[in-house]
Design a protein around this ligand. Structure first.
Ligand code: SAM
Length: 248
């Protein structure tokens, strides 16, 4: 069988498409892309003429089977998403799973990933961290999720869009305490790249004070809960386990 190459593409700066990524995208017989128009523009910039196949969340299951057939027949293919690393808050999981289940080799061409890029400049503990992707869009679900994350001791990395950045910072301040240190990384590798740090209250003040700070794409990196919270959580779990053992 052929190989399914999972290829990271830039998150802004086109210079971040590696030479190996270019060679792989040029060499495969087709590229599965989330949005063929967007990926088409990227490929055109690099003079790559490989045919594109549209693969989005809605058709992924059905299409995965057809793509796996092509791989089994010996074709090598690539998977890209609109930006950054496929499968990281992006489509591709079902295809990769189906390919592996069929015994097809999956091979990464690593590159940009907004979460890792943000973590690398945040200056918060990065020996352990937890990636939460996008928080739920609905307010109630988002608050509940944040409440559950409030005692998390590891650094927290989340994706956010310009529509909800204010609400998310507000809700986080309530759930985690407004004095929790955090870093807001915006438009990484692009013209208006900014990396702000401070407390959640500082960041909220910064984005509400300046319209421009609300534009673009964001990664929010939040310091983990301190030992106190961790200890409280552990104590809570211990008590719960005790109770649970005694309740009918
Ligand atoms: N697969 C991508 C990756 O590897 O980072 C993520 C795709 S997800 C649909 C898009 C989100 O990633 C945005 O809403 C934003 O939170 C984050 N993101 C993407 N590009 C970014 C950038 N240049 N600067 C900051 N955040 C970015």
């Amino acid at each position: 069988p052929g190989t399914l190459h999972v290829v990271a593409t830039p998150i802004g700066n086109l210079g971040d498409l590696s030479t190996r990524a270019q060679a792989v995208l040029r060499g495969v017989s087709a590229i599965c892309a989330e949005d063929t128009r967007r990926s088409g523009q990227l490929l055109a910039y690099f003079g790559i003429n490989t045919p594109l196949v549209a693969l989005h969340e809605h058709n992924e299951d059905a299409l995965a089977q057809r793509i796996v057939q092509r791989l089994l027949a010996g074709e090598s293919l690539a998977l890209v998403s609109d930006a950054g690393t496929p499968l990281v808050s992006d489509p591709g999981y079902r295809l990769v799973r189906a390919a592996r289940a069929a015994g097809v080799k999956t091979s990464p061409v690593p590159g940009a990933c907004a979460a890792i890029a943000a973590l690398s400049v945040a200056g918060l503990a990065s020996d352990r961290f937890t990636f939460e992707g996008f928080l739920p869009a609905k307010a109630a679900a988002r608050r509940e999720r944040l409440q559950r994350l409030s005692g998390e001791p590891r650094t927290l990395v989340i994706y956010e869009s310009s529509h909800r950045i204010v609400e998310t910072l507000e809700d986080m301040g309530v759930a985690f305490g407004a004095d929790r240190p955090a870093v807001l990384a915006r438009e990484l590798t692009k013209l208006f790249e900014t990396v702000l740090d401070g407390t959640l209250a500082d960041l909220l003040a910064a984005v509400t004070a300046d319209d421009n700070q609300r534009k673009g794409e964001f990664v929010l990196v939040v310091e983990g809960a301190g030992d106190d919270a961790e200890a409280q959580l552990a104590e809570g779990r211990r008590v719960y386990a005790l109770l649970n053992a005694h309740l009918p």
